[in-house]
Ligand binder design. Structure first.
Ligand code: ADP
Ligand code: ZN
Length: 430
């Protein structure tokens, strides 16, 4: 039941037919929202103009700002009494937006989470600790109900008190964890400090923020898990939208539930497979709050069909949001690239912060990293050597010059939820 082979591997005409049928239903549902009525009128299109997947290009994009303007309930396509739950986005980029769910939405969402967990190898008999915020953030309750549906023993530990989280993992024999990659790193540091091993862990589901391949390697080694990338967004239900399969080469974005386009964020033009751009998603199964051609702001690309596991459409690991991208003297840099470089330098730890300033009209980037005592002699000359090495590695990978500051281990901030590692102090920065 949780490996719905027929749906997950659907191809060709059968897939297109399913998507088109669901797209038409979604358009009809969206047109119950005044915003979409106006959008269609302004674009001079009628619902009957949307017949094929290609016709989607006729529909104007929906932006986060549109949802903000509809705050709180302006985007509901059903009466509030049919909405059995609301969540909000984390508000990483501004005022949170509200999302609503009917009973049917909650069931479809839990199905998707269960499908993803099953794909990652989670089975009945596993003990699952859900170490994310259980409030308005979709990651908590979203994973919770999916896990219960799958039938695993679910520990709703939420965030905080890392020592207690470690005790629970050890006492309950937890085999699967879900959290942000930055919290997973923190957890592993605390376990190491306390000299407590976590031998029962086998699978780590990590998501809600960008992370790098180097981070995957570090987490797998430190926690003894196989790590899976989990992508989601509140406006598209929450987590469960796209997920890695055991091939660990891109994330399957569920073709029966989401239509994906990759566009050039400047021109809005659709890009081809293999070209990186902003992901635009039209969910196909949402009832309370359908959105059409939603601009996620997330940067990725569509991958070619043909995963060894047999499932359909994949996207590459998300590099970051288009608004996370730093432009330093004209060069584009994502924090996840900095993470990748630093994690490959053993002399520094796994935590970092990035500061961007404008000095004499020039962008200056400063990276703070913690020294790793195991690789540091304590001599001043060694400090200079490490600093030079980090500067060189960053320059080689990113083609920019940075100032590197080495700090004592344990002094940089740790994050329980989404990490905020970049502080842009340029006056024209958003
Ligand atoms: P907010 O947009 O306020 O942070 P959400 O909690 O809905 O609220 O977060 C969704 C966003 O989180 C995505 O748009 C994306 O930028 C980020 N995100 C989620 N999962 C991943 C992932 N696996 N890799 C990279 N970014 C991710
Ligand atoms: Zn696959």
């Amino acid at each position: 039941m949780f490996w719905d082979r027929k749906t997950e591997t659907l191809k060709g005409k059968a897939l297109t037919a399913l998507q088109e049928k669901r797209l038409k239903t979604t358009v009809a549902q969206a047109l119950k929202v005044p915003f979409y009525k106006k959008q269609f009128a302004a674009a001079g299109i009628r619902p009957s103009d949307i017949r094929t997947i290609a016709d989607i290009g006729k529909i104007p994009f929906t932006k986060k700002q549109d949802l903000r303007e509809g705050y709180p309930f302006g985007f509901l396509a059903v009466p509030l009494k049919e909405v059995v739950r609301i969540h909000t986005t984390s508000g990483t980029t501004g005022k949170p937006t509200v999302v609503g769910y009917t009973r049917k939405d909650l069931s479809a969402w839990a199905d998707l989470i269960a499908r993803n967990m099953y794909m990652a190898g989670v089975r009945e008999g596993d003990v699952f600790q859900n170490m994310v915020n259980y409030g308005m953030f979709t990651g908590g309750l979203g994973f919770h109900y999916g896990a219960e549906l799958l039938g695993v023993t679910t520990v709703p530990s939420a965030t905080g008190n890392t020592k207690r989280q470690i005790d629970m993992i050890r006492d309950f024999g937890v085999t699967v964890i879900h959290c942000t990659p930055s919290y997973a790193m923190h957890l592993s540091e605390v376990a190491e400090e306390l000299k407590l091993s976590l031998p029962t862990l086998r699978i780590g589901l990590f998501g809600a923020e960008p992370w790098s391949e180097a981070m995957r390697k570090a987490l797998e080694e430190r926690l003894g898990v196989t790590a899976f990338d989990s992508y989601g967004m509140s406006e598209l239900f929450g987590p469960g939208v796209a997920f890695e399969c055991p091939e660990h080469d891109g994330l399957h974005i569920w073709h029966d539930s989401y239509l994906v386009e990759i566009i050039d964020p400047k021109t809005g033009e659709q890009l081809s497979d293999g070209e990186r751009g902003e992901m635009v998603v039209t969910p196909l199964v949402k009832e309370a709050m359908p959105v059409l051609r939603y601009r996620t702001g997330d940067v990725t690309m569509k991958m070619e069909d043909g995963c060894l596991c047999g499932r359909g459409q994949k996207i590459a690991r998300i590099t970051g949001r288009s608004d996370d991208m730093l432009v330093i003297r004209g060069i584009n840099v994502f924090p996840s690239q900095i993470e990748h470089v630093l994690l490959n330098v053993p002399e520094v730890g796994n935590q970092f912060m990035v500061y961007v300033d404008r000095v004499n009209h020039l962008d200056e980037m400063t990276v703070e990293a913690e020294i790793n005592r195991g690789y540091f002699s304590g001599e001043l000359s060694d400090l200079a050597r490490i600093q030079k090495k980090v500067v060189k590695e960053l320059r080689d990978a990113l083609e920019i010059r940075t100032t590197v500051k080495l700090v004592e281990p344990g002094t940089l901030p740790r994050f329980e939820g989404k990490a905020k590692r970049v502080i842009d102090r340029r006056s024209d920065a958003l």
